[in-house]
Design a protein. Structure first.
Length: 293
């Protein structure tokens, strides 16, 4: 092992012992940023990585660990800029002398105001894997990101709270009574089409899911899929300047990325999907190479 890669989100902590050819060990913990006070981060990290430590070890971390509520705030870098920069890394003072922890900063945009933290490392990894790419990356998730990339720099980006809206509406709103496990591609396509054609009617179309369940016994799996289609549809409507006439690559979980790829295909656009973990590790590895130069 030469160094340690860390992806520290709000809910979870993931770490990899990195050798010359990639990961040689992997560990995960539910101790995400949202569960820790600043003085608890070092202990949470050591629980995972202590078996890998043998002398001073570089730890490169990305994600919410660098948020204002995290271990130590890593100041945002303003676009346009490269996704990551070794000079922007924030060093963290640790009690254990074996740890040399550095946190990658997120990216910011002044107008319209926007921020990302963690996704910038995935963008850096995607560009390391596809260095000639110019176009748009879409990163589906709780807060989906659309990022325009040109000549190796992020020139602009936009965030959509689609995943969080889906979680809130499906579990905490009146629509929760209409949801069930399963999936229905036709219902997803229907919701997507409705939202893209009339995004101004989204509030009414959302409530119709409840009404159709009461009056016409709309199956719960169909309601769930249509809700997803409606929300992804209004996201695509809002993000149209990013994807229309562009090359698009998706970075995210396989199932969710497949829904976005299906949605984009209805608009005549074929989007390739990149593995999110592979992009994160490639992004952190590219940072380590920059540190060595």
């Amino acid at each position: 092992m030469n160094w340690i890669a860390v992806d520290w989100g709000t809910s979870n902590l993931r770490a990899w012992a990195m050798g010359p050819d990639g990961p040689v060990a992997h560990g995960e913990s539910p101790k995400g940023m949202g569960k820790l006070a600043p003085h608890e981060f070092e202990a949470a990290l050591l629980e995972l990585v202590e078996p890998w430590l043998d002398g001073k070890t570089l730890v490169l971390a990305c994600g919410m660990v660098g948020a204002r509520q995290g271990w130590r705030e890593a100041t945002y870098r303003a676009v346009p800029c490269t996704p990551t920069d070794a000079l922007g890394l924030t060093r963290v003072e640790t009690t254990d002398p074996r740890l040399d922890v550095r946190i990658a900063p997120g990216l910011s945009q002044s107008r319209p105001a926007d921020v990302m933290r963690g996704e910038e490392t995935q963008l850096a990894g995607a560009l390391a894997l596809h260095p000639a790419f110019d176009g748009v990356f879409c990163l589906p998730g709780t807060h989906s990101k659309w990022a325009q990339v040109s000549a190796g720099e992020v020139t602009s980006f936009q965030t959509f709270m689609t995943g969080e809206l889906f979680a809130l509406l499906s579990t905490q709103s009146v629509l929760r009574h209409s949801m069930a496990e399963g999936w229905d591609d036709a219902a997803f396509d229907e919701g997507l089409s409705e939202a893209l054609s009339r995004p101004d009617r989204i509030a009414a179309r959302l409530f119709s899911l409840r009404a159709e369940g009461l009056l016409h016994a709309l199956p719960g799996a169909s309601a769930k899929a249509r809700l997803s289609g409606l929300l992804i549809g209004i996201e695509l409507a809002g993000a149209k300047p990013y994807w229309l006439g562009q090359q698009v690559k998706l970075i995210g979980a396989e199932k969710l990325s497949a829904s976005y790829a299906r949605a984009l295909a209805t608009q005549g656009l074929k989007a390739d999907t990149l593995d999110a973990t592979a992009c994160t590790l490639a992004g952190l590895a590219s940072l380590r190479l920059k540190l060595e130069k």
